[in-house]
Structures are given as C-alpha cells and as structure tokens.
Design a protein around this ligand. Structure first.
Ligand code: RIB
Ligand code: CA
Length: 335
C-alpha cells in the first residue's frame, strides 16, 4: 500500500505523463540570473517548449538579472523573449546575493553584449497572457516568487489554467539563514501567496539541490566541449564553484539549484518526492522565510499542497545538463 504521501500528485502525474508522452512541457521560466539560473535557461531551451523568460530582482538588482537573461537569449540564439518584472519584493526590503554571484549577478566570465534589452518590461502581463493563450503552461520560478505572486493576484483564474508551478526554493534547512533559503527568504510574502494558491506545486528545495554539485571533474567536461560558449560557461562555473567552496566547510562543488526545477518536469523519473503541506514562516525572529514542511503522519493534519523533492539521480541529471550545454554550444558556434 503506497502511503498517501507517496501517491503521485496531479503535478507529479502530469510531469510523469509529459515525460512518457514525450511532449515537451510548455514553460515560462521566471529567473534571477544568477549562475545556476543560466543553466536552467540552457536546459529549458533544450528540453522544453520555452514560451518566454521573465526576470525578477534576486541574485542581483533587476537591471542586472534582466541584462544577464538577455545575454543568454542572444548568446544561445534563443527563439524566445525576455520580460522584466519586479524590481523589489512585495513587502520586504530588496536583498541581493552578490556574495555568491558577484555584483553583476553573473561575475566570472566575459559576457557577450546582447543585441537589445528586454522585449518588454511587463513580466506579469506576459505571464498572464501566455497562460491564458496556452493550455497547461508550467510556471518555473528559480528566483524570488514576486512575479508569480503578482500574476496570481492579478489573475486568479491562472490557478485553474496552468499545469502547475515547478519552483526552486525552500528546504528543511537554509542557506541565507540556518532555516531560510534565499528565494523564499528574499520575498516570503510572495512565497506564502504561491504556496497557498491551490495550483499543483513541485518544490526543488536545498535538500535535493545540494545533491547536484558542479565539481571540478564536471567543469572539465564542460571545458572539453571547447567552444566560445562552453568556455564562457566554464568560467562562470569556476567562479560559482570558487565562491561556494570558499564559504562551505565540506562541499566539493557548487550546488546547481535551478535546473532541477526544470528537470523535475522533463525527467521526473530521476527524482523521489513526497507530498507535503508547506507553509512559510513570516514572523519568526530566527525563522522568517523558512518553508515549514509538515512531515508528520497525523490524522487530520493539513492536506499536502506541494510535491517536495527529496532525492535526485545526480549522475543522470548531470549527463542531461552536459548534453544541453553541448547542444547550446554547438548552436552558438554555428549561429
Ligand atoms: O538558494 C538558491 C537560489 O537562490 C537559486 O535560485 C539561486 O540562483 C538564488 O536565486
Ligand atoms: Ca535563481
């Protein structure tokens, strides 16, 4: 008898079906590039129907995360558009992560200037219009959830239109504080709105993303692709890994968080997850921004609202990312 916590949720079933049916999930990637967001863009371009990229302030101020997304749009010759969104959280003061990603949000490599900036400055309208014009879109946020919360508040009908939300964020431990992960911590009010919205949610938190590391041997595999694009990614990885290792006692590589929010949709068989009730701590002196994950097995406890990923086959996941990087490198080289 499979416990109710292990029963596939609608979002997990949809994700599994999308893998089985070979349909590429239609997604809007909402991100704050960010070194790992860049790999989420590379993977999404290779494995999904990427309807658009929206940007949010997070790892760096909005002008920088947007610039970085445009760099990737053009460097990869992507047939998609970039739409800038919220430059600050719903309520909290803006907070950035220059200590990890550098002041530019993407330090460590020479970035080719984009041909033009954002294709619009209205990410929220882009999200709403795209979800109304296409059946079964997945929203894939890999930064603070401000844009997603604003879209859901502006257009409550989206909850019943979208296939779900596959997000990177949260966990049973933190990275910005002992218990709060950066994306949720940066805008806890937005995160609370998203987790309470009622749409199917898949959560790739630190428990699973810290199993997926960019180690020196893996960086050498990227370097061996040997194109200008792969060299840029190699330089970005080296910066990202150096920063991670300089700040952690025992990690052997940088956690490649964001692509797992994409891969949870395209390759759900690589993950083990459990349906849990997740809510956001908003007032704790030491816990604000924490995802409170109910792992009890009590009769009458709150029903699950998220499929929380706990394990990933990191070797298989890396092979998929490396394949996507090779494809992006070859496309860029022949552009
Ligand atoms: O805590 C990790 C998350 O915060 C990742 O999405 C990283 O890019 C930053 O946004
Ligand atoms: Ca991110």
């Amino acid at each position: 008898m499979v416990s109710p916590h292990h029963r596939l949720t609608p979002c997990a079933m949809l994700a599994a079906m999308s893998h089985v049916s070979n349909d590429r999930p239609q997604i809007v990637l909402d991100c704050d590039p960010g070194h790992d967001d860049v790999i989420a863009i590379v993977l999404a371009a290779h494995t999904t129907n990427l309807l658009g990229i929206t940007t949010v302030a997070g790892n760096a101020p909005l002008d920088r995360t947007t610039y970085n997304a445009c760099v990737m749009r053009d460097a990869m010759q992507l047939d998609t558009t970039v739409h800038s969104g919220a430059e600050r959280p719903l309520v909290a003061e803006p907070k950035f992560a220059g200590y990890v990603h550098g002041a530019s949000g993407l330090d460590g490599a020479e970035l080719p200037a984009p041909s033009h900036g954002a294709d619009s400055t209205d990410a929220v309208s882009f999200i709403i219009d795209t979800c109304r014009q296409n059946e079964g879109v997945w929203l894939v946020p890999t930064g603070p959830l401000t844009n997603i919360a604003l879209a859901l508040r502006t257009a409550p009908d989206l909850v019943d239109r979208i296939a779900g939300i596959s997000l990177m964020g949260g966990g049973t431990f933190g990275n910005r504080t002992p218990l709060a992960e950066f994306n949720v911590w940066a805008d806890p009010h937005a995160a609370a709105m998203v987790f309470d919205c009622g749409a199917p949610i898949t959560m790739a938190g630190l428990d699973v993303t810290h199993q997926f590391l960019v180690t020196p041997p893996r960086i050498e595999q990227v370097e061996a692709i040997n194109t200008p694009f792969s060299s840029m990614i190699t330089d970005l990885f080296r910066f990202f890994a150096r920063n991670y290792l300089s700040r952690h006692e025992h990690m052997v590589g940088a956690a490649l968080h964001d692509p797992l929010a994409v891969m949870a949709l395209t390759h759900p068989h690589l993950f083990i997850g459990v349906d849990r009730h997740v809510t956001i701590e908003m007032e704790g002196r030491h816990t604000t921004g924490m995802t409170v994950i109910d792992r009890r097995d009590m009769i009458g406890q709150e029903a699950p609202n998220a499929h929380v990923l706990e394990r990933v086959d990191h070797e298989a996941a890396w092979a998929i990312v490396l394949d996507a990087l090779a494809a992006a490198s070859n496309r860029a080289a022949h552009a």
